[in-house]
Design a protein around this ligand. Sequence first.
Ligand code: NAD
Ligand code: DAU
Length: 362
Amino acid sequence: MTNGAIDRMTNGPTQPSEPYRRLLVTGGAGFIGSCYVRDVLARRDGTEITVLDKLTYAGNEANLAPVRDDPEQAARLRFVKGDIADREVVADLVGDVDAVLNFAAESHVDRSILDPEAFLVTGVIGVHVLLEACRTAAHRPRFLQVSTDEVYGSVPEGQSREDDLLAPRSPYAAAKTSGELLVRSYVVTHGVDAVVTRGSNTYGPYHHPEKLIPLFVTNAIDDKPLPLYGDGLQRRDWLYVSDHAAGIDHVLRHGRSGETYNVAGGVEMANRDTVTLLLKHLGKPWSLVRHVEDRPGHDRRYAMDGSKLAALGWRAETSFEDGLARTIDWFVANEPWWRAARSGDWDAYYERQYGQRLRTAT
Ligand code: NAD
Ligand code: DAU
């Protein structure tokens, strides 16, 4: 196994010519944003990062603990608790940086079906506030919008390419698509320097336990039922989290302004097969699985063509077997982290999302 994406991030001292030395990372206490912050601070001396994060139920400062534990890295990290939709806070922070990377979003499709409003406020208003701040900042920082393969909608066959039709099918995906369209409008109308990444289904350490892989791992550890939607034959393209962070970093440094890049995992799996591998690694039985009522509007398949980013010199390289094993081992070793994430409102959410489904499961 290689150490994959982290090693392939540009290493060593920041060069005087480095155009992106001071970064604003929004959503940097979440799953993928915190991986980006940890990996960049560990690998690239001299880079300074300000994290702006609202600390919703999904944000957790403990995700940045490895940085805090290293005094040299900690000195290059500043954490600001705040909302990307807050104009004053954003304008103040954008004034000081070379680039803004927007990871902040409500990220869970199921919650967007239950309560869509926060998805729109953060995904549309929040993105607009960030773009306005970039437009009006004297030094015109680069803006990178972290988006998703869900903007293409369900893909029955073949692979989505960057210029394909956008056909979002959930409130989450619609909000992400709207954010992208705003970015495009600011490039065309105002000449903002911006790029967009579309990542595929990401997994790894620090993944919030509401999502498929960490939910099933943590439930299986506790011998609780695993609620598999519908027939479980939906297909997803899996991308290890540090690969995703490195792909985003590559687009920041090498992407052409105004362009969009797929960050594809290249690992297409049916959910049933993912669950089979996961249970095998944990030594738990398939009898934990319950086929429950499907997600409304459930996208059957995602698959992206990664050749545009490959032409810039980057592609994902962590195999699913290695990435899944590392992920599961991390959850087994970090029980206090995921038990804390499953506290507070978790039981109420779980009952609302799964209670009736599990009571009527087959
Ligand atoms: P996450 O839910 O783990 O983290 C989101 C972070 O954003 C949290 O720390 C949260 O507190 C913060 N946040 C939410 N609203 C905010 C606001 N208004 N102001 C400031 N901070 C706010 O999400 P993630 O899985 O790490 O996803 C990060 C980004 O990547 C999102 O934009 C998501 O759409 C995109 N993405 C995710 C995946 C995936 O599989 N997880 C794949 C492709 C793209
Ligand atoms: O494709 C990129 C997207 O991947 C990101 O943009 C989203 O932010 C991220 O949450 C993820 O969306 P998905 O909906 O694909 O991920 P989730 O983990 O929720 O579900 C993965 C698959 O597993 C999907 O087909 C639904 C299914 N599933 C999920 C859950 C939570 C189940 O069968 N049971 C479950 O309990």
